[in-house]
Structures are given as structure tokens and as C-alpha cells.
Design a protein around this ligand. Structure first.
Ligand SMILES: NC(=O)c1ccc[n+]([C@@H]2O[C@H](COP(=O)([O-])OP(=O)(O)OC[C@H]3O[C@@H](n4cnc5c(N)ncnc54)[C@H](OP(=O)(O)O)[C@@H]3O)[C@@H](O)[C@H]2O)c1
Length: 349
């Protein structure tokens, strides 16, 4: 059996260990074997290391956002060929799909092929953020992106995004903007240029009091909004109040990245909670739906990433190449000091 290096965790809250005896997986019919070139770090990595969230086998290999070079393809692969560069978000909790190792498997229907207009480092910023924002806004709030990568004509209606300067938030702003909406985004005041650069028309302070945030939403939108997305997991109560007291829409949508807290959304509001962590879990109804939705959007997202209507987000490239750098990058993420999304190169091309 061919073996390879990577990072393992022996159990919840156990340290990261660099090993060289991981089995090299063999692609199934519509899968490709990919060499990991770079990873983007997300809050789910430390969460999985501390709690074992969604992990189905120990020792576990983890990782979410990746960029990789296709080495081999399964017999029924139609989209991917050896030599392609692919990127996206890995299905969580199953070692053979995990990017923190030399090679891993991808399902060809749920990954992006990298175009020349995006660098390897930029591609590592896209997966989880774009797919999670897509779940909320396309599956949860009924937005529709054009198939050809163009921005929809301007609509006289607002979408409100909580956390427009975070990873998921920047993609949420971009998607709503690409669908033609005016976007009001919350963020730390020091980060409003990030939300504006993504396409927000206006911002408000996400650390202001609930009453101040509601007043800002009402003042800017005049109540002309039906759809809200919380990309922070701090915004639920304000979303409910804003939809109940500020929105003049007949049909209202509350969408969130928070799929773990108890919600008690009034029945007049449509609620949707993203569950990207269930991607490719086809034996679960949530996993099957998430996978079907994402597979149906890949070519549309690729068209928008090709034209630049949707763009990678700003990142900081972590020092060094390899697994030691990935572990240090996660520690930097956990320290709360990272000003931008952390990208780490894992192997030379
Ligand atoms: N359910 C799913 O499928 C799914 C998928 C992906 C991510 N997630 C979850 O989504 C959340 C965001 O992920 P991310 O990758 O976008 O993280 P991120 O880039 O670190 O963004 C965090 C966001 O939270 C905001 N924030 C932090 N503390 C806050 C506070 N006290 N009050 C209000 N806002 C606050 C930040 O705003 P400022 O930086 O402007 O202060 C920023 O917008 C995480 O909880 C992650 O676990 C869920």
C-alpha cells in the first residue's frame, strides 16, 4: 500500500501530529486523486480538532478549503483530467477526502476547475465561503445568479448581510450584489472597506446595540428588504426583530450559518440554516440536498468566477510550505490575530 505524509489528530482535543504513514486513497468512479497544493483555513478546523465535530474515523485527517492538482481520475470522470487544477471545500469528517495530506480524493461534481484569472493562493480562499453563502442565499432565500456570469440588472430592493467582512460574509455580499440587489452589510467599523469592496452599498456597526443596529437597518433600507443572512452566528435575534419590525415585505427570509443553536423563528418568516459540513453525506437527507444543490451551481459559480462577478477574497499567505506551517496557521487563526483569511502552501507544484 502506498503511503504519504499529512496531519492527524488521535481524538477530540488531541494535538496535531505530522505522520508519514497515511494510506494513499484510490479514486472511485466519479472521483479524482488530487495532490494538495494549498489550503485556506476556516473556523471549522480548530472546532473539529477540539470537539471531533462531524469526524467519522480516528485518527482523523481534517481540512476544508483546498487547491490541488489532479493526478488520477476514476473511470467515469467526465469533467476532470490529470493536470487540471481544482479547488473547493472538502467533505468533512472522512479521511480520504481531507486536504491536510499529500493526496486526497475529490468528487468531480462538487469542485471548481481553476481558470487562469485566479492564482493558486486566491483559489484557496473560495470554497467554504462561496458555497455556504450560496446555500443561504440561493437555496435559502431564493436568489438566482445568471447562468452566463453577468450581473443581473439593478433591483430596487435590499439584502441585509450580517458580517459582510468575514469569509462567508464577503461572498454573501458578492452573490447578493451579482443578483442585482443593493446590499447593506454589518461589520466592525474598521473593516467597512472590505464589505464595500465586495459590493455592499452601505454598512453598519455589528458591535452597536441591538436598537442602534435596527435603527440603521430601517434608516438605510426604508424597510425595503425581504432577505437577511447572518454569516457571523451572532445575528439571529436582530434578524428576527428586523424582519418583524422593519421589513415591509410580504414574504420574508431569515438565513444563517448557525446550524447548531436552538432557533424559534416566527412561522411567518421562512428560515434556512446552511449545513455545508454535510456535503457528500448522501445517506442523510440534509447531506443529499446540500450535495445536489451545490452540484447544480458549480458551472454557474465557475462562470461568475471566470468573469470576475464573483472574486476570491483578500488573504494572508502564511510563512513556509508544508504541514508545520498549516499547524502554525491554525494556531494563528485561533489566536484571533489574523486580519485576513489565512492561506498556506502545502507542497510545490
Ligand atoms: N453551517 C455551515 O454550513 C457553516 C459553513 C461555514 C462557516 N460556518 C460558520 O460561519 C461563521 C463564520 O465563518 P467565517 O469563515 O466567515 O468566519 P470569519 O471570516 O472569521 O468571520 C467571522 C465573522 O463574525 C463577525 N463577528 C465576530 N465576532 C462578532 C461579534 N461579537 N458580534 C458580531 N459579529 C461578530 C466578524 O465581523 P468583523 O470581522 O467585521 O468584526 C466576521 O464577519 C463561523 O461561526 C463558522 O463556523 C458555518
Amino acid at each position: 500500500m502506498a503511503t504519504q505524509s499529512g496531519i492527524t489528530i488521535d481524538g477530540p482535543d488531541k494535538p496535531y501530529t505530522i505522520v508519514s504513514n497515511l494510506p494513499r486513497p484510490i479514486p472511485g468512479s466519479k472521483q479524482a486523486l488530487v495532490k494538495c497544493l494549498a489550503v485556506g483555513l476556516n473556523p471549522v478546523e480548530p472546532l473539529q480538532q477540539h470537539t471531533g465535530l462531524l469526524i467519522t474515523e480516528w485518527p482523523a485527517v481534517i481540512g476544508s478549503d483546498f487547491v490541488g492538482a489532479v493526478l488520477e481520475v476514476g473511470p467515469e470522470c467526465a469533467r476532470l483530467r490529470p493536470g487540471d487544477t481544482v479547488y473547493g471545500c472538502a467533505p468533512l469528517g472522512q479521511n480520504r477526502f481531507a486536504p491536510f495530506q499529500e493526496t486526497f480524493l475529490v468528487e468531480e461534481g462538487v469542485v471548481f476547475k481553476k481558470g487562469d484569472n485566479i492564482s493558486i493562493e486566491e483559489a484557496a480562499t473560495v470554497g467554504a465561503g462561496l458555497l455556504t453563502a450560496g446555500l443561504c442565499l440561493l437555496a435559502g432565500a431564493g436568489l438566482k445568479l445568471s447562468d452566463d456570469g453577468t450581473r443581473a440588472p439593478e433591483k430596487d430592493e435590499w439584502v441585509v448581510v450580517f458580517g459582510g467582512a468575514g469569509t462567508v460574509g464577503q461572498f454573501a455580499v458578492q452573490i447578493a450584489h451579482a443578483c442585482g440587489y443593493k446590499v447593506l452589510a454589518s461589520c466592525s467599523p474598521s473593516k467597512d472597506s472590505i464589505a464595500l469592496k465586495s459590493g455592499a452599498t452601505a454598512t453598519f456597526n455589528n458591535r452597536a446595540t441591538v436598537d442602534d443596529q435596527l435603527a440603521q437597518i430601517k434608516k438605510v433600507t426604508g424597510g425595503n428588504f425581504a432577505r437577511m443572512i447572518d454569516t457571523t452566528a451572532y445575528g439571529y435575534d436582530i434578524m428576527v426583530k428586523a424582519l418583524e419590525t422593519c421589513s415591509t415585505a410580504a414574504t420574508k427570509y431569515l438565513t444563517s450559518v448557525d446550524d447548531w443553536s436552538p432557533f424559534n423563528t416566527p412561522s411567518a418568516i421562512n428560515e434556512y440554516r446552511a449545513s455545508l459540513g454535510h456535503l457528500c453525506r448522501l445517506d442523510e437527507s440534509t447531506g443529499a440536498q446540500v450535495t445536489q444543490d451545490i452540484a447544480g451551481w458549480i458551472s454557474t459559480f465557475e462562470a461568475h468566477l471566470g468573469t470576475g462577478t464573483l472574486r476570491p477574497i483578500e488573504y494572508q499567505l502564511f510563512d513556509g510550505i508544508g504541514w508545520e506551517s498549516v499547524i502554525k496557521g491554525i494556531q494563528e487563526l485561533e489566536s484571533g490575530k489574523a486580519a485576513k483569511k489565512i492561506v498556506v502552501r502545502t507542497q510545490a507544484e
